[in-house]
Design a protein around this ligand. Structure first.
Ligand SMILES: *Cc1c(COP(=O)(O)O)cnc(C)c1O
Length: 404
């Protein structure tokens, strides 16, 4: 994504032309960026040789999943719907792990039928449920147990998952009991210890702490885990100030861990694969004068991109056409939805904007479209992929008539 003669382009295509042709709002993905992200992760962890299972919940568009499959990634799924879609994209069941605290009977049954790599369990009840279904099907089932390492990921509290007050995983004491329980099972094959401490993690230190807890627990359990699944969470540079996770430092910590614990590492990255691969192209409907600032009312809203309303997350907003003139008043960028949380950000000294101007909300590839809803009965946006400097339609814009 670069400006050429003050016009925003992706892969040589003028985004302004795309906006005019297809109408807004549009999720516009760049295949080049997705592939660069995959390559970057693979190269940093090359000597570790991990199994990389893309977290489908970050973006479950079928076209995107197919591209990810072509790059030989597996999948981490959290519902039967995601599992079906990963399989439909051609991802091998041998590279699929199933996570989540509340897998239903039907979901477990489906996963067992499809012989996926691992079901990562999160409670005693769930292990008993899986055992019951496995017995009924007379099938050996590979499971993992998710440890809650009580590690602060130092990220937004709403996307923290590895502290003891969070619902995810089981505490060390329970973990050790469950290992003993699973060991005795004739039909369950305990293969994995899994952890996932949160999302948008910007420092390697929480991972370092998490790894030391995992090491300790493995020792205490006196059990040989074939896999250690470290989850996802690798943070990306939303502020465009180079504040992303240092993968090199993280990989050094993992190498130290592997010296003491021989196992195969699994990663479940979501955001770091697709997060910076998409912009949400939007048009200004109105500009409305407020007391101290002007409201820039966009045709994209919280139903299209919920992260700001849900977590207070910030996304850069950039113009498709750059000009020099600066606005005297601050701008607050908002959507048309009838909620006060339908606001993206307030920016001082932005370039002077006019009604009908186009803007791009940046880094919306992860937890953007996958969290979109029809709130206020608004149709979900068009999704396109820029691939070899051509536009591929990934998903048509919903029609209002489909919603009525
Ligand atoms: C959401 C989730 C991920 C992906 O997290 P990212 O921050 O997008 O990398 C991985 N594993 C589990 C279990 C998750 O719930």
């Amino acid at each position: 994504m670069i400006y050429k003669k003050n016009k925003l382009t992706i892969d040589h295509l003028d985004i302004g032309n795309i906006a005019k042709k297809f109408k807004t709002p549009i999720y516009c993905y760049s295949l080049k960026t997705i592939e660069a992200n995959i390559k970057n992760i693979k190269s940093h962890f090359k000597s570790i040789n991990p199994l990389i299972c893309y977290a489908v919940k970050a973006n479950s568009n079928l076209g995107i999943l197919k591209e990810i499959k072509k790059n030989n990634l597996g999948a981490d799924v959290v519902s039967v719907g995601e599992l079906m879609k990963a399989l439909k994209a051609g991802i091998s069941p041998k590279k699929i792990v199933f996570s989540g605290v509340g897998k239903t009977y039907e979901e477990i049954e489906y996963a067992i039928n499809r012989n996926i790599l691992l079901i990562n369990t999160e409670s005693k009840s769930e292990i008993l449920q899986i055992e019951k279904i496995a017995k009924k099907k007379k099938k050996i089932v590979n499971i993992g147990i998710r440890l809650n390492p009580n590690t602060d990921a130092k990220t937004l509290s709403q996307i923290s998952t590895g502290k003891k007050e969070n619902k995810f995983g089981v505490a060390q004491k329970t973990f050790l009991k469950l290992v003993n329980m699973a060991k005795k099972s004739e039909i369950l094959n305990l293969k994995c210890l899994s952890v996932h401490i949160g999302s948008q993690i910007l420092s390697h230190k929480p991972y370092q702490k998490m790894l030391s807890v995992v090491s300790k627990v493995i020792k205490l359990s006196n059990y040989k885990f074939e896999y250690v699944d470290l989850g996802g969470g690798m943070g990306i540079d939303y502020n465009h100030d180079h504040s992303k996770l240092d993968l090199k430092k993280y990989s050094i910590e993992i190498k130290k861990f592997l010296k003491a614990n021989k196992c195969k590492i699994i990663f479940e990255p979501g955001r770091s694969i697709v997060g910076n691969s998409s912009i949400l192209i939007t048009k200004i409907i109105y500009i409305k004068e407020g007391f101290k600032k002007d409201f820039v009312i966009l045709d994209a809203a919280m139903n299209d991109l919920m992260r700001p309303a849900l977590y207070g997350a910030k996304h850069k907003i950039i113009p498709l056409n750059k000009i020099k003139k600066i606005s005297k008043k601050s701008y607050e960028f908002v959507g048309p939805v009838c909620e006060s949380t339908d606001t993206f950000s307030t920016i001082k000294r932005y370039q002077k904007l006019n009604e009908k101007d186009y803007l791009a909300i940046c880094d919306v590839g992860a937890y953007g479209m996958s969290l979109a809803s029809n709130y206020n009965l608004r149709p979900k946006p068009l999704e396109i992929l820029i691939k070899n400097s051509k536009v591929q339609i990934l998903n048509k814009r919903q029609k209002i008539s489909d919603l009525i």
